[in-house]
Design a binder for this molecule. Structure first.
Ligand SMILES: *Cc1c(COP(=O)(O)O)cnc(C)c1O
Length: 447
């Protein structure tokens, strides 16, 4: 059997898949934070273009990918599906392990899959500038790349702990022409308020989102872009799973278990959702969503309406949450430090279709190092969570013949400072700070 399963350019899917109409018992709508009534596109139109809002509200299963987006996707897509034969050997497992290598994108992660269509729909509607937040810097890099392709300006609020840990992410965003500032910043009301109260805060995605939204709300020429969580982002990421299905078909394989790490849920939704219709028609397949023990929204949080940001400016989303003012410890998987979870992933967990799993930081880095030494690719700290779960599944019953598929969401070549700390013994495990969650949970909006 081939080590890599490659598709030709013309075999790339030309439509995205939207899982929303297939979710048993459906999704609850986003609510207006003022009236607590379902929020329509009129109000959201202030920060998002109509093209994306239509997708956000869509109940259509298949959505055409615009030609201009397909053209840019072709820079790195279709991406290889790889059999991790060397890892299998090292583990002594009879399981077949496949990974979809989203690390081959220009910015090194799956985030470009949504950044490109987001920049495209904004450009189509005459928007000149996008504001956004970034955790580990991956989304900021992806949006910087995408805006450069469509001639838009880009302003990135980068969570401070990552701004300090990942200087090369800044360099990358600058290379693509974006402006970057550490969040909380002095440039917004929210940022100044938080700095006055907590001058040493590591920042959080929730804070950075508030700053980016404030920026967009204050300027006519600017709209806002979010790199995960929302339905339209999950729709764009479905290209991962759609390609993977074709590739597995070519290989004559079908997964028993599909694994992905969960920050806001988009890369996991991307690989998992296209398999959901098979599951619903009776195919035996498990879906495992992996999160850090230090930010355990699916395993320790509550399914409730909550804000997506600290300043309580976003619509209320019905999702697993640790509370919008939860500030997770400064772990090195910055992309997984988010208090909430995509409503799509949340609903699939509610329906017991997705099994959540939590893992500790150190076992993830160990898994990442083993992966690097066997398969030769250094994974992003976020991706290490998926690898750790794949190893757990493959070694629980090593003689079991099964096929494990995981999403390799990104490479770690710009995260080497985190590996240095791991090797120096400077990284620690954090269990979720129980009192902090309880305090934050007490502030959930009352619906
Ligand atoms: C952002 C990121 C994640 C987490 O985000 P999701 O929306 O949950 O996919 C995971 N892996 C990498 C490499 C990332 O950049």
């Amino acid at each position: 059997m081939e080590k890599k399963i490659i598709l030709r350019d013309d075999e790339m899917p030309r439509q995205w898949y939207n899982v929303v109409p297939d979710i048993p018992n459906g999704l609850l709508p986003p609510l207006d934070p003022e009236t607590k009534e379902p929020m329509g596109p009129e109000k959201l139109g202030a920060v998002f273009p109509m093209g994306l809002l239509e997708q956000e509200m869509s109940t259509t299963r298949y959505i055409d990918i615009p030609e201009e987006v397909l053209d840019i996707y072709k820079i790195w897509r279709p991406v290889p599906l790889v059999r991790a034969t060397n890892l299998e050997k090292a583990l002594g497992t009879k399981a077949k392990i496949f990974f979809k290598n989203e690390g081959v994108s220009p910015v090194g992660s799956h985030k470009a899959n949504s950044a490109v269509p987001q920049a495209y729909y904004n450009m189509k509607e005459g928007v000149k500038r996008l504001s956004t937040e970034t955790g580990a810097g991956q989304w900021g890099s992806a949006l910087s790349f995408a805006t450069s392709k469509f001639g838009l300006e880009c302003k990135v609020y980068m969570v401070r702990v990552s701004f300090e840990q990942k200087p090369y992410r800044k360099s990358m965003m600058q290379t693509f022409g974006a402006q970057i500032v550490a969040s909380p910043s002095e440039e917004t009301r929210t940022g100044r308020k938080i700095l006055a109260e907590f001058p040493d805060t590591p920042g959080s995605l929730g804070i950075a989102i508030s700053e980016a939204l404030e920026d967009a709300a204050g300027r006519e020429d600017t709209k806002y872009a979010l790199g995960s969580v929302l339905n339209h982002v999950c729709i764009h990421q479905s290209i991962i799973g759609l390609e993977t299905k074709k590739q597995l078909e070519i290989a004559g394989e079908y997964p028993d278990v599909v694994i992905g790490c969960c920050g806001g849920g988009s890369n996991f939704a991307g690989i998992a959702a296209p398999f959901i219709p098979d599951y619903l028609s009776g195919k035996k397949i498990r879906f495992v969503g992996v999160e850090p023990s230090s930010c355990p929204s699916l395993t320790m949080g509550r399914l409730a309406y909550d804000f997506g940001d600290v300043a309580q400016t976003t619509p209320l989303l019905y999702m697993y949450t640790l509370g919008h003012d939860f500030i997770p410890p400064g772990i090195h998987a910055g992309g997984l430090r988010y208090h909430g979870m995509s409503p799509i992933i949340s609903a699939l967990v509610r329906e017991n279709i997705i099994e959540p799993m939590k893992v500790h930081q150190l076992e993830c880095f160990e898994a990442g190092v083993l992966f690097a030494r066997t398969e030769g690719i250094i994974p992003a700290p976020e991706t290490c969570h998926a690898i750790r779960a794949a190893i757990i599944e493959a070694t629980r019953e090593p003689d079991k013949k099964q096929t494990i598929l995981f999403n390799f969401s990104g490479h770690g070549l710009i995260d080497m400072a985190s590996y240095d700390k791991f090797f120096a013994g400077d990284l620690h495990n954090y269990d979720y700070p129980e009192e902090a969650i309880a305090r934050s949970m007490a502030n959930l909006p009352k619906i």
